[in-house]
Design a binder for this molecule. Structure first.
Ligand SMILES: Nc1nc2c(ncn2[C@@H]2O[C@H](COP(=O)(O)OP(=O)(O)OP(=O)(O)O)[C@@H](O)[C@H]2O)c(=O)[nH]1
Ligand SMILES: [Mg+2]
Ligand SMILES: [Zn+2]
Length: 464
């Protein structure tokens, strides 16, 4: 059974997006060794208090990213788990390539009668027992692009991830350049909760799968993913998904959130939700999508968005805060009165929709008025460079940063270019083309232009 391609089924894809229920599927692929999974204590069921509430009202409590080399099957995996095809833009569908970050949610469920890990499913009924399954946890996905030129987009997504699934295709030698570069991005971002998926096992023999597994093991040795489980699957045929769900539950727990801190909402998308020609009285304010990193936000909170609006006054450029008010809040697609950190979230605001349209506010930060991190036009950083530049086939030793060199930076979900004005020991100073809003002490990710491409080369700790 081969899945329908989005290119052929755009309308149907949209319908699938609406569907929350997924049909269980029989798998033909070999099951993985049980020893690895049986040694672990059982996973708590029914974290969602009342299975009686409709599934569409479950709130995602963790945000997991899919990462890895181009065409290794990230979007196919997200589709297998969520029923949603995250490539929504015409260019993506035409080229069969993820270009923008994709978003989808799903609920991990378990059969009360099956034992671990086979009990885990996304289906509402167990295929063995015809028993209703119980919800365990709702998860939101941020699906990254794997193409080497879209690394900056991946890094924006990485800023919102609590954990990640590194997808590695079993029918190609491991590691491929972006397998390495994305894993490096997790290391730099301190994203430790990782599950590795060895995908496309339907295309290889069990012997080849074992050899490839060894290559993955060698590759992750000494990295942040050294002890991550490696689950062989076929995303396309839905094989070993129960084992993968088990690994997600086990290795990507919901992090403990700091609810008492000043709220920080990292904007990863922004929209004008009004259809053309909407009656002026019915126009809705701009909508912000992203992640609440810490704290709580409530409907009617007075908010501030920084760096905000760019004002050009003659030869001078100024940035002014944008003030607004929260009119609605969503976690995944569920309306809430109080937004807490968890899955991918949304904020309805009183903003002029024009200000938010077409991702204009991506990279900006929203929080409570007067309780915001600083906006930086210049930065001083303590630099940590990688030994080698990953991301291309031929790896080069990293050269020291030089004065006047342009560096692309990712700071939370924002992106800017800095020109280095001073280097001294392991500190550098730079002037930013676009200001960024972030706390001192946070990690700023660096990429440098090598050939025609920006390559990840390290990070800096932002100094006061
Ligand atoms: N045989 C087989 N093909 C697969 C499997 N998973 C994905 N594919 C195919 O691999 C191709 C790429 O899949 P995608 O899911 O778009 O890959 P991706 O990692 O999201 O790609 P980018 O987002 O562009 O980096 C598609 O043709 C899929 O149908 C699998 O398990 N088995
Ligand atoms: Mg994709
Ligand atoms: Zn069962």
């Amino acid at each position: 059974m081969v899945k329908k391609k989005p290119e052929e089924k755009t309308e149907e894809t949209k319908q699938v997006e609406q569907a929350t229920e997924k049909k269980p599927r029989k798998t033909k692929a070999p099951k993985i060794a049980k020893s690895e999974t049986q040694a672990q204590p059982p996973i708590e069921a029914k974290k969602i208090e009342s299975p009686k509430i409709p599934e569409t009202e479950y709130i995602a409590e963790v945000n997991i990213g899919t990462i890895g080399h181009v065409a290794h099957g990230k979007t196919t995996l997200v589709h297998e788990l969520t029923g949603k095809w995250t490539q929504e833009h015409s260019e993506e569908i035409k080229r069969g390539l993820t270009i923008r970050l994709g978003y989808a949610d799903f609920t991990v469920r378990r059969c009360p009668k099956c034992s671990e890990p086979e009990c885990f499913t996304t289906a509402k009924k167990c295929v063995k027992h015809f028993e209703d399954t119980v919800p365990v946890r709702r998860i939101s996905f941020v699906d990254s692009p794997g193409h080497e030129t879209l690394m900056a987009t991946m890094l924006t997504g990485a800023a919102t991830m609590d954990g990640a699934i590194l997808v590695i295709a079993a029918n190609e030698p491991c590691p491929q350049p972006q397998t390495k570069e994305h894993l490096t991005a997790l290391e730099i971002g301190g994203i430790k909760n990782i599950v590795i998926v060895q995908n496309k096992i339907d295309l290889i023999t069990p012997e080849q799968a074992k050899l490839h597994y060894k290559c993955i093991k060698d590759f992750v040795k000494g990295t942040i993913a050294e002890n991550a489980p490696i689950i062989p699957i076929s995303a396309q045929y839905g094989a070993n998904i129960d084992y993968l769900l088990w690994a997600i539950e086990k290795f990507i727990p919901t992090p403990k959130r700091n609810l008492d801190a000043d709220p920080i909402f990292l904007i990863a998308r922004s929209f004008d939700v009004n259809k053309p020609g909407t009656d002026i009285l019915k126009i809705k304010g701009g909508v912000l999508g992203g992640i609440l990193k810490q704290g709580k936000m409530r409907v009617s909170d007075e908010i501030e968005i920084l760096p905000g609006r760019k004002i050009i006054k003659g030869a001078n450029v100024e940035w002014q805060p944008i003030f607004s008010k929260v009119t609605s809040a969503f976690i995944s697609n569920v309306k809430v009165n109080e937004l807490v950190p968890g899955g991918s979230s949304g904020l309805g605001t009183e903003l002029d929709p024009f200000v938010a349209k077409s991702d204009t506010l991506v990279g900006h930060v929203a929080g409570l008025r007067g309780k915001m991190p600083k906006v930086w036009h210049k930065m001083k950083l303590e630099v940590h460079l990688l030994e080698r530049v990953v991301g291309s086939k031929e790896e080069l030793a990293t050269q020291p940063l030089k004065t006047n060199e342009p560096i692309m930076i990712n700071a939370w979900t924002s992106r800017s270019v800095g020109i280095i004005t001073k280097t001294q020991g392991n500190t550098i100073e730079m002037v930013l083309k676009l200001p960024v809003c972030i706390y001192a002490g946070e990690r700023i990710v660096f990429s440098r232009q090598i050939g025609q491409k920006w390559r990840l080369v390290g990070y800096g700790i932002l100094k006061e």
